[in-house]
Design a protein around this ligand. Sequence first.
Ligand code: ADP
Ligand code: MG
Length: 454
Amino acid sequence: MSETGTTHPPTTPSSNHEPAASFESMGLSSAMLAALEAAGYTSPTPVQAGTIPLALKGVDVMAQARTGTGKTAAFVIPILERLTKRKKGEEPQALVLVPTRELAVQVRDEFTKLSQGRKVRTVALYGGKPLKGQIDKLKRGADCVVGTPGRVLDHISRGTLNLEHLRIAVLDEADRMLDIGFRPDIEKILRRCPKERQTLLLSATVPPPVARLAQRYMTNPETLNFSPAEITVDTIDQYYFTVEPNRKFELLLKLLEREQPQQAIIFCRTKRETDRVGRMLAKKVEGVDCIHGDLPQKARDRVMEAFRAGRVRFLVATDVVGRGIDVSGISHIINYNIPQFSDDYVHRVGRTGRMGRTGVAYTFVSPEEGNELTRIEMRINQLLKRDEIEGFHTTAAAVAESAVVEQAAPPPQQQQPAEPVTAGAVPLAPLLSSPPASPSAAPGKRKKKYRRAL
Ligand code: ADP
Ligand code: MG
């Protein structure tokens, strides 16, 4: 539904659309231009230049662009411009669905930043926070609601959120929102929204099944693609280390010492591993904190805030922060555990190298995880470069050995013999008493072939 709904242009290939050269040329309100200036957004990013003019017309848009390219403002700006005066009982006008609580907060903050100077109210609804406060905020009137599907449904079923008057629905991180875990909730929510609404979908990746599914929720969507084939940003150098699971922590310390990251996220697969690595690391370096889904929301907010402010330098995390979170100081991503899904790799690595800055990502791979590494390389359509740190040659040799099975590996003897760990070495004691790093590293599972010479 839109004021300009009757002038819907026919769906045309994205290349036929003229992207806007500047925010001024989009015909934005003076309040919006002032807010953009205050935010330091001097010119639109490509996804904004393409999406905003279309979205302003009220048409449905499905936009694909790499992480860190400003997709949030690409929908926040047109929503704010299309809002009409709030009428009691006819709110909210816009709903943004996001996969994580952190993202709900971040998107809400973008709304707040860009609605500066006008009386727009945006409420974030997500789990881990008491319903009461959210209900009070909704009662006071909300033009826009940003929420995670579970909590949004919760409010709908309690009658504290009514979507009958909704005009714009957004699925941010649409690939994730439409995967099997979230889909039933998304469908339930969208069924509560008017059919003639405008729907916007934004995503770093749009695999064909998601594209097909998305058609169900949209009307003649315009599709824009700003991230052909390669999703991982080119400015990110990506390396892997081969390492025995029980030496990962030692390698981590050496790597941090060598790299001196400005800020780093160290990704682990499980909550338990995250806590464990966080605890051990905190004993060695300053500025460490942990975040995962088991932490109370308050603690998660606190950690993210400290990370954004730079007080936390090393954030040990599960994939809960792998998506959408934008912190500009992240120079390093370390995959302490190789991600289970290749898409998570893309999202994790996308946390660095934001807005064209350089970044580097390291992935620790145990000898048994060669196949996982291959899957990631196929997904990003490039090979990760191998890195080495002195003292970890034993592992490399062991892996190289298994690689010989498959193809002619360069002779392992070109590697230096392992040197004894010397001054500044990391005490191994806490590691030795720890359980194996991940289930996939269990011995006896080693017949997986390493797919290339090392
Ligand atoms: P995405 O959703 O595509 O991953 P975000 O919306 O999180 O990206 O934006 C990434 C960063 O870029 C944020 O820090 C945001 O403030 C900044 N940003 C967005 N648009 C602009 C712009 N036009 N000019 C400068 N910075 C921008
Ligand atoms: Mg985003």
